[in-house]
Design a protein around this ligand. Structure first.
Ligand code: 13P
Length: 260
């Protein structure tokens, strides 16, 4: 069974001090009303340490990063490596987010190097893929998803693939308030599973978690998780307030509390 995973991608929001206050409040909420799904917060690099401290040793909330560089160390000004993230207590790392692809020019080979670096150091990568509105409109969504999966994952062993999570994030749904419909999300998730079955194995296709991301809110999380094709959510805007993120966790727990 695939355990539901709810990830909050803070993007470039909250200073380290703001993060501490936020996590204290979120942690108290989650401890008072334990979530029966896996919860991850992915703050900016600058807040990872203060979030780790504020979570403490016994929090059920896990730590993730929003990106990484593929080398372990060296002359790479401004970059952060997998060993650095691991040392700060990160368990997950987001790779290939559409904002990295469009604003920072990340392409397939870079994304695959990052996935491999994460896996080599015991971090669980969350590979983001998704089509633009133009690609959806011209009917190439499946081709785009297939290409992005190949770029990110080709050549990985079955063991490596078993640590990977996929996030389907249609670019047109990110930050727009216009979520994909349940039918659109389910269709894309089925495509992703078909590609995984053909290129890896049916067992990998069956065990890989596929999250949906793009304007997820406390209002639409229940209908998205009503399909067993959707194994969780990658949340942007709605993860920045304790109330909305905690409500999403509560609704997800009530809708799908499998495997925990
Ligand atoms: P929004 O939830 O703000 O649409 O952002 C989604 C996202 O990009 C998560 O990675």
């Amino acid at each position: 069974m695939r355990t539901v995973l709810i990830v909050g991608n803070w993007k470039m929001n909250k200073t380290a001090s703001e993060a501490t206050l936020f996590i204290r409040e979120l942690n108290a909420r989650v401890l008072a009303q334990p979530a029966r799904v896996e919860l991850v917060v992915a703050p900016p690099f600058t807040a990872l340490e203060s979030v780790r401290i504020a979570l403490g040793a016994s929090s059920p909330i896990q730590l993730g990063a929003q990106d990484l560089f593929w080398e372990d160390h060296g002359a790479y000004t401004g970059e952060v490596s997998a060993p650095m993230l691991k040392d700060l207590g990160c368990r997950y790392v987001i790779v290939g987010h559409s904002e990295r692809r469009t604003l920072f020019g990340e392409q397939g080979d870079r994304i695959q190097k990052k996935i491999r670096a994460a896996l080599n150091h015991g971090l669980r990568p969350i590979l983001c893929i998704g089509e633009t509105l133009a690609e959806r409109d011209n009917g190439t969504t499946d081709n785009v998803l297939t290409q992005q999966l190949h770029d990110g994952l080709s050549g990985l062993t079955t063991e490596a693939l078993s640590a990977v999570t996929i996030a389907y994030e249609p670019v047109w749904a990110i930050g727009t308030g216009k979520s994909a419909t349940v039918e659109q999300a389910v269709a894309a998730h089925r495509t992703i599973r078909r590609v995984l079955a053909a290129t890896a194995s049916p067992a990998i296709a069956d065990s890989t978690r596929i999250l949906y991301g793009g304007s997820v809110t406390p209002q639409n999380i229940e209908s998205l998780l009503a399909s067993d094709q959707v194994d969780g959510a990658l949340i942007g805007g709605a993860c920045l307030q304790v109330e909305s993120f905690a409500t999403i966790a509560t609704v997800a727990s009530a809708t799908r509390s499998i495997g925990v």
